[in-house]
Design a protein around this ligand. Structure first.
Ligand code: PMP
Ligand code: GLN
Length: 378
């Protein structure tokens, strides 16, 4: 077999969730909430199935959902996307990211990515014959060093992938980052692929700065979001992508043959659920409470808490607890102490000496309490 992805292993999320299940450990590894979906949203799905919306949706998604996404984007980020030509409903953010990368990256194109980097970008770049250019986020607040970015931009740079709020670190882009990014892309052929799946999970009064807030960036960006994150429905695999018409035209050429169209009754249900903006605007407060609860309890532990400004992930440094590599320590914690987390070296292409694990706090109080109790014993 001549593998197209010779260096790719099974995703760390699959590996750690399986290990957690096999060891009956509390699974704070793979990022998914364990509390209920809104009964109202479930009811809407049910109603729309009963109404008979069970056949193929239009290829880019039902227009009602695209219209309400357009309104939401305009209201929150002051940017208007045409629902007919500039918005597409996707089977989660994963499909949107894969589709965007394969639609735009040709053999030899360079794609700038920042480590720790979310795991789904690299295989898509590789399958397209692209070349990832790795830069590292700097310091405990995991910031982009824009001077470094400027230095690696070449005539071959075709894409730059950013993710804010950032998985796994919880760092968020600020206004200066947006300005620096504008400078980088001006006068180039670079498309920004902006992974904004955690747009509604941001803390401490910070505002999510979508690249769509910038006129310059909006013109050259594909933005990806996910209803899985926003509505605690990661298993529904539904999200969307917005981009200017010319980019969206290329995106849809691939989209139609990757998935054609996405789950119809969910699209109707979500389009109705989005009418009440509190359904997505209140999510940050709910998660901030969980973050604060988890961190307050762990203040007296031997872990060092690395501040998180968004997402439902918390990084903990275990330097005071063990000399083991993070992959080994994650395995040890899962097997011996029954708490599973993600070793962040999994988000780097080269083996790094990390002593940091990622914990998902999108869990009900009982689950968090049980995990806290175990972690405090270390
Ligand atoms: N991007 C990031 C940064 C993510 O964390 C995730 C999922 N956790 C995705 C993309 C994929 O989202 P989806 O489940 O909608 O495919
Ligand atoms: N994005 C989720 C995480 O970061 C996992 C998604 C997946 O399992 N592919 O944990």
């Amino acid at each position: 077999m001549n593998s197209k992805l010779p260096n790719t292993n099974t995703s760390i999320f699959a590996v750690m969730s399986q290990l957690a299940n096999e060891n009956n450990a509390i699974n704070l590894s793979q990022g998914f909430p364990n509390f209920d979906v809104s009964p109202k949203l479930i009811e809407l799905v049910n109603e729309n199935m009963k109404r008979g919306f069970n056949q193929y949706a239009p290829m880019p998604g039902i227009i009602k959902l695209r219209e309400i996404i357009s309104e939401k984007t305009e209201k929150l980020y002051n940017r208007k996307y045409n629902p007919e030509t500039e918005i597409t409903i996707t089977a989660g953010a994963t499909q949107a990211l894969y589709t965007a990368i394969t639609a735009l990256i040709n053999e030899g194109d360079e794609v700038i990515v920042f480590e720790p980097v979310y795991d789904s970008y690299l295989p898509a770049i590789e399958l397209s014959g692209g070349k990832p250019i790795f830069l590292e986020l700097k310091g405990k607040d995991y910031k982009i060093d824009w001077n470094e970015v400027q230095k690696v931009v070449t005539a071959k740079t075709r894409m730059l992938i950013i993710n804010s709020p950032h998985n796994p670190t919880g760092s968020v882009l600020d206004e200066n980052d947006i300005k620096q990014l504008e400078k980088i892309v001006t006068g180039t052929n670079i498309t920004v692929l902006s992974d904004e799946v955690y747009e509604h999970i941001i803390f401490d009064g910070k505002k999510h700065l979508s690249v769509s807030t910038s006129e310059k960036l909006a013109k050259c960006s594909i933005i990806v979001s996910s209803f899985g994150k926003t509505f605690h429905t990661t298993g529904w695999k539904i999200g969307y992508c917005v981009a200017p018409k010319e980019l969206m035209k290329e995106f849809r050429k691939v989209h139609q043959f990757v998935v054609y169209a996405v789950n119809t009754p969910l699209q109707y249900a979500i389009s109705e659920y989005l009418e009440d903006e509190s359904n997505y605007l209140n999510i940050s407060a709910m998660y901030q409470e969980k973050r604060d609860y988890f961190n307050k309890a762990l203040k007296n532990s031997k872990f060092e808490i690395i501040p998180t400004s968004g997402t439902y992930f918390q990084l903990l440094d275990y330097t005071n607890l063990s000399q083991l590599k993070d992959t080994e320590y994650a395995e040890y914690l899962t097997k011996e102490h029954k708490v599973a987390a993600i070793p962040i070296s999994a988000f780097y292409h080269d083996k790094i000496k990390s002593k940091v694990l990622r914990f998902c706090f999108a869990k009900d109080k009982n689950t968090l309490d049980s995990a806290i109790e175990k972690l405090l014993k270390l």
